[in-house]
Design a protein around this ligand. Structure first.
Ligand code: ZN
Length: 468
């Protein structure tokens, strides 16, 4: 039986670009946990008579994002005031973009599906309310922290092209990868640097008209995004199937209760009384600059992922992290170019280098992968050599020689060398198992070559044990 309901999702994502200062003033973009109201000035506090100045780095980040999302960049753009009253917005308006955004009409390809991007524009963030309270005495107190007020935000809006919770999550993940890959944002959801607001509606399969949509807020992880959409779709279907109507509104998501709840009726654009920001001149974009930015974009993560799989025969699980982090991907390719085997190199980078956050030089990594691959040192020793090489800059082989790491006598340390010997000599292994006991000589010889200072008694015992 065909699915009777079709799910239609559009997504607004707010992303904080990586800039030192705020959108229209010189205040530093403060880190989470900074003392409240420690990074504010008369401009971001919205005092009368002050003049905002556009942050070029934020415009650049927004243009790069738009270009990476295949958007068109109109020549003329401007900022507008979006007027509304809320305690976290002391000015009574937010500077945003209304009818002439920085970019329009792009797309992001998702596993065979093209998701159209309506626009990517630039605006400023609001402050934050910190709710305190004492449930026992029913006291409710709210404090206002304006460190975030005026922080740059890019708003990335799709057309309603997403068809499921899975697809919406994939879109948000792919977008995060893209933003990190082009270096414009850390896009950390938990830190509020990437905030996804899906709008969701359902309609009878085959219906022409879109259903009434609701918009979800307060989502701070990919998992919550997925769950919130599933729950909201279920809720809407239940409302419609029981003969009710879905109300257009903004709904919050409670992770604790695993449900969406009504927050406020939907505002319409006219409620905001948009008008051009009188304190900022309209921008005429320098097309030469835009072209320079386009050329400066690195290979995009999706393209690199496909190329790494193709060129180095990597599995998707290895190609994904190497394409998401440009520095790791570059290290991988440089080490491979220096002669390292791709698969173990990927393992070392993903398993050891990435968690440590410290990058070795590509030739040193290649050397290390070789040393471990040849069974000359164990994987555990390899880890130590890697750490030391990163700290001191000394080459892995020099560290191995100096520290006498090739002396291997414990069984656990010899295990990987024995495995390498067995893997490298399938013929001798087969002969030995077929009864030609003298084949052990060839295996021991190879073992001594790989680990000259291995304890021969321990090594041969281990070898015999593995051959049994
Ligand atoms: Zn300021």
């Amino acid at each position: 039986m065909p699915e009777p309901w079709q799910v239609v999702i559009g997504m607004e994502v707010h992303v904080q670009p990586r800039t030192r200062s705020k959108m229209f003033c010189g205040c530093a973009v403060s880190q989470l946990g900074a003392p409240p109201n420690s990074s504010v000035c008369e401009i971001c506090l919205g005092m009368p008579g002050v003049l905002p100045v556009i942050n070029r780095a934020a415009v650049e980040a927004c243009l790069k994002t738009a270009l990476a999302l295949n958007c068109e960049i109109p020549r003329h753009t401007k900022f507008d005031r979006k007027n509304y009253m809320y305690p976290d917005l002391p000015k009574g308006y937010q500077i945003s973009q209304y009818d002439l955004p920085l970019s329009v009409s792009g797309y992001l390809d998702l596993a065979g599906r093209r998701i159209r991007i309506r626009r990517v524009h630039l605006e400023e963030d609001t402050g934050k309310l910190v709710h305190a309270g004492d449930k026992l005495h029913r006291a409710r107190e709210s404090y206002v922290d304006l460190n975030r007020a005026g922080v740059p935000l890019m708003e990335i809006v799709t057309e309603p092209d997403l068809g499921s919770a899975d697809e919406a999550r994939l879109y948000a993940e792919e977008l995060q990868t893209l933003l990190r890959g082009i270096g414009v944002s850390d896009a950390d959801m938990e830190k509020g640097q990437l905030r996804a607001e899906p709008n969701i509606s359902v309609r009878r399969a085959g219906a022409d008209e879109l259903g009434v949509k609701t918009e979800l807020k307060n989502i701070n992880s990919f998992k919550a995004l997925h769950r919130a959409i599933l729950h909201e779709v279920e809720r809407q279907i239940a409302v419609l199937e029981s003969g009710g109507m879905v109300v257009q509104e903004t709904r919050g998501w409670s992770d604790a209760e695993q449900r969406t709840f009504s927050q406020r009726g939907k505002e319409f654009a006219e409620d905001y009384r948009y008008f051009p920001e009188p304190d900022l001149p309209p921008i005429e974009l320098d097309l030469v600059w835009v072209e320079e930015l386009r050329r400066s974009l690195p290979e995009l993560p999706a393209a690199r992922r496909a190329r790494l799989q193709e060129q180095y025969a990597l599995a998707a699980a290895d190609a994904v992290p190497l394409s998401e982090d440009r520095a790791l991907g570059d290290l991988f390719e440089a080490a491979a170019a220096a002669g390292a085997q791709p698969k173990p190199t990927a393992n070392w980078i993903i398993g050891e280098v990435a968690p440590s956050g410290k990058l070795p030089s590509a030739p040193h990594l290649a050397e290390l992968v070789q040393l471990v691959g040849d069974g000359r040192i164990t994987r555990d020793q390899g880890r130590e050599v890697l750490r030391e090489s990163v700290e001191s800059g000394e080459s892995p082989s020099a560290i191995v020689a100096r520290r006498g790491f090739a002396q291997v006598s414990s069984e656990s340390e010899l295990a990987s060398i024995v495995d390498a010997v067995l893997a490298a000599n399938p013929k001798a292994v087969e002969d030995y198992r077929a009864g030609k006991k003298q084949a052990i000589q060839a295996l021991m010889a190879d073992l001594r070559k790989r680990a000259p200072q291995a304890n021969p008694k321990v090594a041969s015992d281990l070898l015999l044990k593995r051959l049994r």
